[in-house]
Ligand binder design. Sequence first.
Ligand code: NAG
Ligand code: NAG
Ligand code: NAG
Ligand code: NAG
Length: 408
Amino acid sequence: MLRLAILAGLISLCAAAAKLEEVFAWKEVSYAWPSEDAKNQAVKNGEYISANNLPLGLGRWKDKLFVTVPRWKAGVPSSLNYISLASPNKTDSLIPYPDWKANTLPKGEEKPDENAITSTFRVTADACDRLWVMDTGVADILGEFKVISSPAIVIFDLNTDKLIRRYTLKEGDLKHESFFANIVVDVLPGKCDKAFAYIPDLGGYGLVVYSFADNDSWRIKHNFFHFDPLQGDLKVGGINFQWTDGVFGLALGPADDNGDRTMYFHALASTTEFSVNTNVLKNKTIATDPHSYDMFKIEGNKGEHTQTSASVFDEKSNVIFLTQLVRDGVACWNIKKSLSPQNVTLIAEDHDNLIFTNDIKIDADRYLWIISDKMPAFLYRGLNPDEINYRIYKVAIDEAIKGTVCEA
Ligand SMILES: *[C@@H]1O[C@H](CO)[C@@H](O)[C@H](O)[C@H]1NC(C)=O
Ligand SMILES: *[C@@H]1O[C@H](CO)[C@@H](O)[C@H](O)[C@H]1NC(C)=O
Ligand SMILES: *[C@@H]1O[C@H](CO)[C@@H](O)[C@H](O)[C@H]1NC(C)=O
Ligand SMILES: *[C@@H]1O[C@H](CO)[C@@H](O)[C@H](O)[C@H]1NC(C)=O
């Protein structure tokens, strides 16, 4: 009986993993340099140190798959990049977006251009063909910590690759400990000018809201934006570390007749999921009023080892997908069901290939895109350049949830 149960378990594990299609797999990422000379020059002067380039965030728009490479260390030649999905090969080079110049660090007294990207972790392509980029403005984060520019929201028109707007966050939006590694956009198709961006501050435990119509931002504080001291001791890919990351993953539920949604959120170092209606966030007066405290709700607990970086919501299935950092996988939860460990299940798990599922996105064709990148090894030990370290997968959502507790 026991052997049968183990066998059944193995089969279901394999089935879960087999559903994912591996689209990219790199030992180290390479870039589409203008010439071999340019590359050699960059290697020579230290502007390109291959091992220091960790792909982290992703996002698909039409034939482009955006891949961010934050400037954790020196030697990252370009932070915002894409790969063409027209005829991909598994080790494709990254192409700087919108171009090389915007991604090249200024030299000496040079001022960065308006469309320049110093360092970005995650991006969002919205329903209005715009790319929203949170530029932290800091290069060599773990080394010299070079502040090139102030944290800014940078918005591109994906049809023309032109800058739409660069909005520098206000003094009041920032704390000394601020760390902006995510950006989520709230917009209804056809109401592009009414967009809002929500930017979690995982280091300063707050949420910054930006109104595109008002060209204004404000900062919200709440106890639920903090980390859980019992959930910050993590072990991933054989590496044990302690993190204090607060609010991180934001997933927007369906819009009601007023265009308001439920925003589901969690701290990274936590296993609890919370929610708040976006009508609280979008109105500056209500958002910053301490009396709004009770408008933030506890959805429930996801269970042991369910620490999540990114999360995304699929409207058709009512399912939220959650990266599972400690479990080497991705989980789902159907929001029509109460949140408890039993109502959260893994749709993928792979202890070799899904080590640190860093980012997750849903594209217009309802494919889930997942990137795993062994980030703790990159940060604390160094990666082995002879192994595949970074992988990008996709899977159709209905395939992913078939037969699970998340299916309606
Ligand atoms: C795949 O892309 C890499 C990087 O651009 C290139 O070196 C390699 O030749 C390509 N492979 C094929 C089969 O096209
Ligand atoms: C948005 O506001 C900033 C000041 O916070 C200003 O510099 C910028 O010009 C404004 N942009 C637009 C499009 O109004
Ligand atoms: C924000 O909320 C306040 C208080 O309820 C209300 O008076 C105000 O009209 C709202 N502002 C907007 C822009 O909806
Ligand atoms: C799972 O969700 C269903 C539907 O909301 C609920 O009835 C059930 O109690 C939940 N299971 C657990 C163990 O909480």
